[in-house]
Design a protein around this ligand. Structure first.
Ligand code: FRU
Length: 530
């Protein structure tokens, strides 16, 4: 099969590095910076409580697992530049999903290629035989992308491989018989293997993205894999990437469902790349779901390749994941100098069955509450026109919670706006006639690094005819994550003001907006020693 889409980034960046590059020997990069320095993580636009690399290029999260009190996070990383290049797996860990410790790079390119995305699992029963039951091995599955094979004009340049750790994730060894899945069908886009244990059939299931569909494989030992089945949207030729597959209990019921997450390389609700999902059933061979029921995990432009943690200590109705807070439309040119990109906040997903359909709700992890400083709360605010909250000194890293009494609101439009002394603004509004929310970053910065970043106001459908609208927003210097009605809808958006936003105003048009409760918490930073 031939794919006509092969991400633009590969053309732009890979070509430049290819001539110089061969995947053989690489220097060891470790975290070299001193968190006690007063300027550590203080660069312009630097998020203060989101994960971002100390320096250089990062794209999506990979291989996350929980083991021995630590949440491990790996990520697509190019340590030699702030644009995409030959991929490594960067590594960090956290005991609370809030504070992160940078670790040395876990996986380097080798003679089979560079290290593209994938997952990791704790092999508790030592099915692979690579560790022991008392010290279970952890296996990472990833794609080897071989530029030399690609340059030679062949189509089988992506293959699936394994690396393992027998010290709880600190050091990694590539499996000697890599690749574990060759690309015999010569599919140009054949990547991002993610693995999950399937209890009824007592085997591991791998899902990977093969151009316009997901492919499922099975294995008893994580090393020998058998092809099972395909799942795709008939007639839809968009490129799929970074799938994830897990079973989850429906909230408030005993029913279990399987969820297939798939990131789409184009046509996300507000343009460019985005994360979607399908809810269905899995019999150990075939995923059954209505392909017409593809849903978006996030309606904003900036949550790509959201994937989940293996082995996290959570109830059956919770699953923990994280996404890459950017969009391939502009990721390589956003105006940050030392590093590029951050992750979203870690989020708990819950499956709910509402109005005859299954939905994934997203919630920021509760551990974030430890970052709250002294809150300011307002009650019973009637907003007419523009009302700047003068009595609160607005921090660019703020959690804001808003409860709007929709029955007592007759405004046609209401919302909030962040501003700065440069006249730049970031606006979130709700249109009661259109039952929609809007996120306007068109005037959020004067560094016009990209047309598509600023070209239009983004939107999502929100029911504004009910009793109450609940909005929870996490602002972090250059990002907003907006959780609507208990995470029923999420909207993630990044922005780059010339100077930090330091004012917030509420507004309403053609009537009053009645706010039952408005709370603002300044949030602490996570990077510097206090
Ligand atoms: C998604 C992606 C993956 C690939 C990785 C390479 O953003 O294209 O499919 O493994 O990035 O960095």
């Amino acid at each position: 099969m031939k794919s006509f889409v092969f991400s633009i980034k590969y053309y732009l960046s890979a070509y430049l590095v290819l001539c110089l590059f061969s995947c053989h020997s690489f220097p060891q990069h470790t975290s070299a910076e001193d968190p006690n320095q007063s300027d550590y993580y203080q660069e312009k636009h630097r998020p203060q409580y989101h994960f971002s690399p100390e320096a250089n290029w990062m794209n999506e999260p990979n291989g996350m697992f929980y083991y021995d009190g630590q949440y491990h996070l790996f990520y697509q990383y190019y340590p030699d530049s702030t644009v995409w290049g030959p991929m490594h797996w960067g590594h960090a860990k956290s005991t609370d999903l809030v504070h992160w410790e940078h670790l040395p790079i876990a996986l380097f390119p080798d003679s089979l290629g560079c290290i593209f995305s994938g997952g990791a699992v704790v092999d508790t029963d030592n099915t692979s035989g690579l560790g022991s039951k008392s010290a279970p091995p952890i296996l990472a599955t990833f794609t080897h992308h071989n530029f030399e094979v690609q340059r030679a004009g062949r189509n089988d340049f992506q293959t699936q491989s394994v690396a393992y750790s027998i010290d709880g994730g600190s050091s990694w060894t590539k499996y000697e018989q890599n690749p574990v899945i060759a690309n015999t069908d010569e599919i140009r886009d054949f990547r991002d293997p993610k693995v999950v244990w399937h209890q009824p059939s007592q085997q591991w299931i791998m899902v990977l993205a093969a151009y316009d569909r997901a492919k499922f494989y099975a294995s008893k030992n994580l090393l020998e894999w058998t092809f099972l089945s395909d799942f795709g949207i008939p007639g839809d030729k968009r490129l799929w990437e970074c799938p994830d597959f897990f079973q989850i209990k429906t909230k408030g019921s005993t029913g279990m469902k399987w969820v297939l997450i798939v990131s789409m390389q184009r046509d996300a609700p507000n343009g460019g790349t985005g994360t979607s999902y399908f809810v269905g059933d899995f019999d150990g061979t075939q995923f059954q779901s209505d392909p017409a029921q593809q849903k978006w995990l996030d309606w904003g432009t900036d949550n790509y390749a959201f994937v989940t943690w293996n082995n996290a200590p959570l109830p059956e109705e919770d699953i923990l994941g994280i996404g890459w807070m950017s969009n391939w439309q502009y990721a390589t040119i956003v105006p940050t100098e030392k590093w590029r990109s951050a992750m979203t906040l870690p989020r708990i997903l819950n499956l709910v069955n509402t109005k005859g359909t299954y939905l994934l709700e997203s919630h920021p992890v509760p551990a974030l509450n430890q970052l709250r400083g002294e809150g300011t709360a307002y009650r019973d605010l009637a907003v007419t026109g523009i009302q700047t909250l003068d009595d609160v000194s607005f921090s660019s890293k703020t959690e804001m919670a808003l409860k709007v009494d929709l029955q007592q609101t007759d405004a046609s439009l209401f919302g909030l706006q962040l501003k700065n002394a440069q006249g730049e603004a970031f606006t979130i509004s709700f249109d009661t006639k259109k039952d929609s929310m809007f996120v306007d970053r068109t005037t959020s910065g004067r560094e016009q690094f990209s047309d598509v970043f600023y070209d239009r106001v983004h939107s999502a459908p929100v029911d504004l005819q009910s009793e109450i609208l609940e909005v929870q927003i996490y602002f972090d210097v250059s990002s907003a994550e907006i959780f609507i009605n208990n995470g029923e809808l999420v909207f993630t958006s990044i922005y780059f003001p010339t100077i930090d936003f330091d004012q917030v105003a509420m507004f309403s048009k053609e009537g009053t907006c009645t706010i039952d409760q408005l709370t603002l918490y300044p949030l602490d930073d996570i990077w510097r020693s206090h």
